[in-house]
Write a protein that binds this ligand. Structure first.
Ligand code: BGC
Length: 381
C-alpha cells in the first residue's frame, strides 16, 4: 500500500502500459476495485505491477488441496467428484478431503495439505471462524487459500472467496415463498414458520438475513403470521444443517402450535431441510405447505416437478468449480488473483469475492433452468 501511494501519477501511466495485461493485482489491490475516483482506479492498475512478485506462480502438476466441510448434501458430493476429475484434467494433482462437519478434523486435513506441498488450498469451512491460525500457517508457507462456497472469517490467510450470492439466495427463497402462498393458499393472512441453516456456516445467517429483508415487512403488515413467534435466527437455526433436527423442530412446532390450525408455508434454507419439513407436515396430517429450498438436489428437483416442494434455488456446483479452477490457473501462471469488484468484510480484511448468481426454480421454469443439465432434466417426467 505504502509503496503504491508513493508512486507519482506519471510513473503509474507508464507502468500501466507495460504491466496491466493479465495481472489481477494483490489482495489490497483487488479490494480497491470498488474505488470510483480516477486516482484510486489508477492506483489499482499500479498494484498490478506488484502481482508478479507478491503472488509468484508455481509448477504444472502441483498439488492442489480441496478441503470440504462434509458430504452431507448433494452440492458437496458433486464438488468432491468434480474437483477430483477436473483438476486432474487440468494437469494438477488433486488432494480432496471432507471433514465430516468436525472443525478439528478439517484443521488437521489442512495442516497435512500444507505438509504435502499444496500450492493452493481451497476451503469450504465447517465453521467459518475457526480456521484462522491454520490458514495463516498456510499463508506463511506461501500457499494460496481460496474460500469455496462459504466465507473464511477472522483471518488474513485468505486470498479470495468463490461463492453464490448468499444474501441474494435468501431473498429468492423468501420471494418464492410469498409467490407460492399467493398462488396456492388463497387470501392472506398466511401461517408460516421459519428455518435457518447451521449457525457455524457463515452462509446460514446471510440466507436468513436476505429472506427476512423480504418477509419482515409482510410480518409487520399482517400478511404473514409466524404462529410460534420464533423469528430470530438463533431460534430458527438447524445445528450442523442436520435434517433430522429440523424435522423434530417441525414436529414440535406442529404439535405445539398447529393442532387447530393449518400451516401454509415454511421458509427452508436448503432442500434437505425442506423435505424434512414437508415430511413432518404430511405425518401430522396437514396439507402440504408452500416450502422453499436450495441446491436443486435430485430428490427435490423431482418433488418440485410433482408439486410436493414449491421451490428450490439452483447454484450449480459445476460453475463454482469451474470458476475456482480458473482462479487456480491464474495463480499457477503467476498472474495473481483475477480482478473483481466485490469484496466481503471477514472481520479482519476485505476479501475479494467472485460471486455467481443463484437462480430460483419452481415447476414453471424448471425445464428451462435445467435445459443444459441432462441428469436433472431426466428427472422431470
Ligand atoms: C451451502 C448449501 C448447503 C449447506 C449445507 C451451505 O453452505 O451453500 O449449498 O446446502 O451448506 O451443506
Amino acid at each position: 500500500m505504502k509503496k503504491r501511494t508513493l508512486l507519482s501519477m506519471a510513473m503509474v501511466a507508464t507502468m500501466t502500459v507495460a504491466t496491466f495485461a493479465g495481472c489481477g493485482g494483490s489482495r489490497e489491490g483487488t479490494t480497491e476495485e470498488t474505488a470510483t475516483t480516477e486516482t484510486e482506479a489508477t492506483t489499482e492498475e499500479a498494484s498490478a505491477d506488484t502481482a508478479a512478485t507478491d503472488m509468484p506462480g508455481f509448477e504444472e502438476g502441483a498439488t492442489i488441496g480441496i478441503s470440504l466441510p462434509w458430504l452431507g448434501t448433494q452440492n458437496w458430493k458433486e464438488a468432491e467428484e468434480m474437483f477430483t476429475t477436473q483438476l486432474e484434467e487440468a494437469g494438477y494433482t488433486p488432494l480432496v478431503q471432507a471433514a465430516d462437519n468436525k472443525v478439528t478434523q478439517q484443521q488437521q486435513q489442512i495442516e497435512s495439505m500444507i505438509e504435502n506441498g499444496a500450492k493452493v488450498i481451497v476451503v469450504g469451512p465447517v465453521d467459518g471462524s475457526q480456521l484462522g491460525s491454520v490458514l495463516e500457517q498456510a499463508k506463511e508457507a506461501g500457499v494460496y487459500v481460496i474460500g469455496y462456497d462459504r466465507l473464511l472469517e477472522n483471518t488474513t490467510g485468505v486470498d479470495g472467496v468463490v461463492q453464490f450470492g448468499s444474501v441474494k439466495t435468501g431473498e429468492l427463497q423468501a420471494q418464492a415463498l410469498l409467490q407460492g402462498l399467493e398462488e396456492q393458499k388463497g387470501e392472506a393472512p398466511y401461517n408460516i414458520e421459519l428455518f435457518g441453516g447451521g449457525p457455524a456456516d457463515p452462509n446460514a445467517p446471510n440466507f436468513f438475513k436476505g429472506a427476512m429483508s423480504v418477509l419482515q415487512p409482510k410480518i409487520d403488515d399482517g400478511t404473514l403470521v409466524v404462529v410460534s413467534g420464533q423469528t430470530d435466527f438463533t431460534q430458527c437455526a438447524t445445528v450442523d444443517w442436520d435434517n433430522a433436527k429440523a424435522q423434530s423442530r417441525m414436529d414440535s412446532l406442529l404439535s405445539g402450535f398447529y393442532s387447530d390450525k393449518e400451516i401454509d408455508g415454511v421458509l427452508c434454507p436448503n432442500d434437505g431441510i425442506a423435505r424434512a419439513c414437508i415430511t413432518s407436515c404430511e405425518n401430522a396430517g396437514q396439507d402440504i405447505p408452500v416450502v422453499s429450498g436450495l441446491d436443486a438436489e435430485n430428490e427435490s428437483v423431482e418433488w418440485v416437478w410433482q408439486g410436493r416442494q414449491y421451490s428450490t434455488v439452483a447454484k450449480p456446483t459445476e460453475d463454482l468449480v469451474a470458476k475456482t479452477i480458473e482462479i487456480i490457473d491464474s495463480l499457477q501462471a503467476g498472474n495473481g488473483m483475477p480482478a473483481t469488484e466485490v469484496t466481503a468484510d471477514n472481520g479482519v480484511i476485505e476479501v475479494p469475492v467472485y460471486e455467481l448468481p443463484p437462480v430460483v426454480v419452481t415447476k414453471d421454469n424448471e425445464k428451462e433452468v435445467f435445459a443444459n443439465d441432462p441428469s436433472r432434466l431426466e428427472l422431470l417426467k
